[in-house]
Design a protein around this ligand. Structure first.
Ligand code: KG4
Ligand code: ZN
Length: 351
């Protein structure tokens, strides 16, 4: 099939996403989020997310089919996120996908969520001539932070580095909570930082010491990895010091300095990994890709290193079903066998 009609289902975190593509053409990207229900807890509560997926799935599916003007009988394939993500949340999407596949006799494909963040690049004219070679992906969200080398989406994706503790978005959210900015805190810090001095406080850049970095010839144990938990602690300590001294908290300066530390270490390590692996095209994805300073510094450092940077539209960067459908379509176009219905979910599925 040259232009397969593929339905993609995403339920790994708080977004219930159903996307439909025809080959590289996006027909619908319908998303329902349970974020409002998690706000008062200051983080995504897995049990609440799972129940919300159950309630949202059928209406979201129906809305997607209506929006795309297709029926279940028209589909060539169904693709569903099997991991990584929240266990109970993944099970809702996978169970729904299996039920649809069995009822309609449609081939079903199990999809890796991280690879789908890259596969989305074929949609919306992002890469009009298909995914380029020498491709890398920098994925930065509330649930993950990774740098990937992408030889082929179906069988050659390599994890070069990742966070060893908090995801970058999680660090934003935790820091925002310390600063009393509400949840999710990424957008609030992004906004506030514009009025602050990013050099006011020098916050730590995790895993940047020589013992972790090593050299290009003899890489250390965490050359391309990140750690953000120490940064969050440093912000908390700084806030304490101002309070103990009875000084007014310079919230904008702290936000800007925190953001500079996160963005500096993310971009410097990502570009280093690209240079040392011959990556000349970088795709930036995940919810934190909306961050103004991250986009700015990534663009600046990529340009200096001769790397072409691509950032998909915001609705395709955050978790969604279209990315799952897009990767599914590419796998179908390569003639791969369907996954059957015996596969399970895997909360820590590797790439
Ligand atoms: O990809 P996403 O919608 O969901 C997952 O976590 O998978 O990402 C949400 C995360 C949250 O942690 C949120 O605080 C962060 O992305 N975020 C931002 C910005 N917009 C969203 N972080 C920094 N700056 C932003 N402008
Ligand atoms: Zn994601």
């Amino acid at each position: 099939i040259t232009q397969p009609l593929v339905l993609g289902i995403e339920s790994s975190c708080d977004e219930t996403g159903v996307g439909i593509v025809r080959g590289t053409e996006l027909l619908t990207n319908t998303v329902s989020s349970s974020m409002d229900e998690h706000v008062r807890f200051g983080g995504v509560i897995p049990e609440i997310a799972s129940r919300a997926h159950l309630e949202a799935f059928v209406p979201t599916l129906q809305a997607a089919l209506d929006d795309a003007g297709v029926t279940l009988a028209d589909l060539d394939a169904i693709a569903v996120t099997a991991g990584p993500g929240l266990s109970g949340a993944l099970m809702v999407g996978v169970s729904a996908a299996k039920a649809l596949a069995v009822a309609t006799g449609t081939p079903l494909y199990a999809i890796n969520h991280l690879v789908a963040h890259v596969g989305v690049g074929i949609l919306g004219g992002t890469f009009p001539d298909g995914l380029p070679s020498n491709l890398g992906a920098l994925l930065v969200s509330g649930g993950h932070t990774e740098i990937l080398r992408v030889g082929d989406l179906a069988h050659d994706v390599e994890l070069l580095g990742s966070t060893i503790d908090d995801a970058a978005g999680e660090a934003y959210d935790k820091t925002a909570r310390i600063l009393g900015l509400g949840y999710p805190g990424g957008p609030a810090i992004d906004r506030l930082a514009r009025d602050g001095d990013p050099t006011a406080i020098r916050f730590p850049r995790g895993l940047s010491q020589p013992k972790y970095m090593g050299t290009a010839e003899a890489p250390g144990p965490h050359r391309y990895d990140w750690s953000f938990s120490g940064l969050k602690t440093a912000v908390a300590r700084s806030v304490e010091q101002y309070e103990t001294a009875g000084l007014e908290l310079p919230v904008a300066d702290i936000a800007a300095s925190f953001q500079e530390a996160v963005v500096d270490i993310i971009t410097s390590k990502a570009v280093l990994a690209c240079r040392e692996h011959g990556i000349t095209n970088l795709l930036l994805g995940g919810g934190v890709a909306a961050n103004r300073r991250l986009r700015e510094l990534t663009a600046e450092r990529c340009a200096a290193a001769g790397i072409t940077l691509t950032v998909p539209a915001p609705a395709l960067c955050t978790d969604n079903g279209a990315m799952v459908a897009a990767l599914g379509a590419q796998i179908v176009m390569r003639g791969a066998q369907p996954s059957g219905i015996a596969f399970g979910t895997d909360p820590s599925l590797p790439v």
